[in-house]
Write a protein that binds this ligand. Sequence first.
Ligand code: ARG
Length: 447
Amino acid sequence: MKVLRKAFNQPLDPAVTKFVSSVADDKHLIAADVNGSLAHVAMLEKVGLLTATQATNLIDGLSKIKDEAYNGTFELIEEFEDVHMNVEKKLEEIIGPDAKLLHTARSRNDQVALDMRLYVLEQIATINWQIKAICSVLTEQANAHVETIMPGYTHLQPAQPVTLGHVLNAFIEMLKRDAERFEDCQKRTACSPLGAGAIAGSSLPIAPQVSAEVLGFNKTFANSIDAVMDRDFVAEFVFACSLTAVHLSQLAETMIIWCTNEFGFVTFSDAVTTTSSLMPQKKNPDPIEIVRGKVGTVCGDLLNLLITLKGLPVGYNRDLQETKPPAINSSNTIIDALKVMSLALSEMSVNADNMQKAVSNPELYATDVLEYLVNKGMAFRAAHETVAEVVAHAREKSLSLTQLPIADYKTYSGLFAEDVFDLFDPKLSVSNKKSPGGAGQMMNARP
Ligand code: ARG
């Protein structure tokens, strides 16, 4: 680095400069860095370490840099190593010698810790907004399919009739928990490390709570060493991203199966499907497949981060710079995946007939028959065995459960009567699932 080398006899080797520079990642942190500096200036003025004129001068210069950051015109120079030195150098260019006051009682160690916190908080706000957006698309589809009956699957084998609305609501629950996880992470992230300095705090009369308040944080660090070292919030954030990516990949995989020719439950619009370079008839759900595949890079980011943190000796270590790429990549990936998945779902059309056909196999109602016997007083395990015997018997006679004569049923239990055949009705089967949170919940709540 060209700067801060008065005690050195040699310039930093160019290959090393390139290697240690974090400017490629720091382009995502410019606004956060400047906002942190603005809060720092406010604190320095308040405690008397800056005059009002000096503070105004610094604020003016920093505001110009912030404008450049928002316009995308602020260029980070690799030789200055990171965003912090770039901002300081630029400030010197704009306001002159007062720029040398900015770093009073501050180190890049507490500065970068703050930048990362501000970055993560901003990303959480965007992600949670996107989660809300995808949940409203899912809700809209779910509400349109309160009575669209389809099989619920276990082991990817048709199990019991449910509604499409109920299935989509399951994904909403997962995504709601994801949003809560981000909100929880937000609480621990909104804690200012500013004032921890390099590792020990400062002998100057600083007031960390002042800069924290300016930043809108209601907490400051309790221990200066922990403040510069702590990247738990990044790990929590990337974990929340990973679990969201897992849920999105489960949703994507479900949709990919549903849009196959074999299932034919849904179709996606041309806006979210692509074709083959060889087979002109192909309409493939590539974007949804990429959502499924992105879970690899996001979970990889989590592992990357945890291994970077593992084994760090107490204090600040430059390895912490390596926590930036996984945080930035996982966040960008999740935001994009949420957008693509929202679009795909809003453009999804449902083939209710095919779903209905898939629940026409009477075996899907075997559990309803079982509960019919339990309702008539038979013990659950005995009823399970009885219905299993009836199923085996029907299969042997190559008859479906609806074709099997009542006399045959009666040979397995005297509790069977003609009304057993009423059970093989998709709507009744679903609406009978009255237990809280059960498949009948949406349908039964209908006026
Ligand atoms: N460039 C560093 C980072 O991105 C900033 C902290 C550097 N501190 C230091 N003492 N070398 O994390």
